[in-house]
Design a binder for this molecule. Structure first.
Ligand code: NAI
Ligand code: MG
Length: 344
């Protein structure tokens, strides 16, 4: 049997870093079934050429033929473009990838010492403000815009369970619930209550210590004392912001991976976007995508393959000879990828 992996580089540096992730997967050899890659299209560029951001064929192939997938990044415009909506947001919904798991880990200079930053941001992936129900009307004093923020008990509970599961598997077994229910007592209140109710229903989770933090002070404490966090669970928007902020603690957005996970499918995706400021120069950091590939394999149970990739990445970062400019180096994407592949 083979392992069929959908590759969706999409826009911008996605097209530079997803091929790097592919070479890393190919390098693990017999630790995984022979990989079969399927190239798939999506993105804003495809939309401007073909009028569709997420072709039906991409969805069908992912659903019917692929065991897992890797997504690069999309260039979603900040202004509304008629007929366009972000394919990654859509894919998370269509494939019911309800959890976005984002480990943020620094590489300790001495491999025998623990990392200074070692946390996982678990972001709810299907609702909150990302249901994208916005409307603009004209009121008495001019234009007014409204957005619906959907929080359900079902989605909050299942993301909470995923977070408890991840916390339970870690040495510290500590979970921080992020919310703002001092202001948004109905929506964030439901999120908070749903997560906090889980251990009473699943006693094995009682081994996890639970803390809470309002999202604004969570960002503050993240910068001052990142070591207090182990696993954080948050509604969609807070999780998005917190994980980008956490990326600053470990040097660059270019090293932070994620997986979008559901009960029956997993899709690796670097946390960063399409980086139009550096696209085309061949200097995008491939580490986030390579780590996303490892995370995807880990999620599928290929622990040894994932460890080999992660260890290779860590040693390249530690040695410091092949680093892209975001980490103050001068190496190209392909040089970093080659160095990692050699160590795998
Ligand atoms: P961004 O993540 O693309 O870039 C932010 C900064 O980090 C830039 O200075 C960029 O050069 C740097 N950076 C990001 N990834 C890097 C890498 N691998 N190596 C080296 N440097 C890296 O975020 P930005 O600029 O806010 O958004 C640009 C576009 O990306 C927008 O159209 C946005 O909609 C889209 N985006 C897409 C995401 C996705 O596909 N999931 C996530 C975030 C943004
Ligand atoms: Mg983001």
């Amino acid at each position: 049997k083979s392992l069929t992996i959908g590759l969706i580089p999409a826009d911008g540096i996605g097209k530079e870093v997803i091929p790097a992730a592919r070479t890393a997967i190919e390098a693990v050899g017999s630790d995984i079934p022979p990989p079969k890659f399927v190239d798939l299209v999506a993105g804003f560029e495809h939309f401007t050429r073909k009028g569709v951001a997420l072709p039906e064929e991409t969805i069908e192939v992912l659903k019917n033929d692929c065991d897992c997938a890797l997504f690069g990044s999309v260039s979603s415009p900040s202004k509304k473009v008629a007929g366009y909506s972000s394919p990654i947001v859509a894919l998370r919904k269509i494939l019911d990838l309800y959890a976005n798991i984002r480990p943020v880990v620094s590489v300790s200079p001495d491999p025998s010492k623990p990392s200074a930053v070692d946390m996982i941001v678990v972001r709810e992936n299907t609702e909150c403000l990302y249901v994208k129900q916005e409307q603009q009307t004209v009121g008495e004093h001019g234009r007014e815009a409204r957005a619906t923020r959907l929080i359900t008990e079902r989605a909050s509970t299942r993301i909470g369970q995923m977070a408890f599961e991840l916390a339970l598997a870690r040495p510290r077994k500590h979970l921080t619930v992020i919310h703002k229910s001092n202001v948004l007592s109905i929506t964030d209140g439901l999120f908070r209550e749903s997560v906090r109710a889980i251990p009473a229903k699943e006693p094995r989770f009682e081994a996890v210590t639970v803390a809470e933090q309002l999202v604004d002070s969570a960002v503050y404490r993240l910068f001052r004392e990142p070591q207090i966090y182990d696993v954080m669970v948050a509604p969609n928007l807070y999780g998005d912001i917190l994980s980008d902020a956490a990326a600053a603690l470990v040097g660059s957005l270019g090293v932070v991976p994620s997986v979008n996970a559901g009960d029956s499918f997993v899709m690796g995706e670097p946390v960063h976007g399409s980086a139009p400021d550096i696209y085309g120069q061949g200097i995008a950091n491939p580490v986030a995508s390579i780590r996303s590939a490892a995370l995807m394999l880990r999620h599928l149970g290929y622990t040894q393959a994932a460890d080999r990739i992660d260890n290779a990445v860590d040693s390249v970062l530690r040695e410091g000879q092949f680093l892209t400019p975001d980490l103050n180096g001068s190496a190209k994407t392909v040089q970093v990828a080659d160095a990692i592949v050699k160590r795998i």
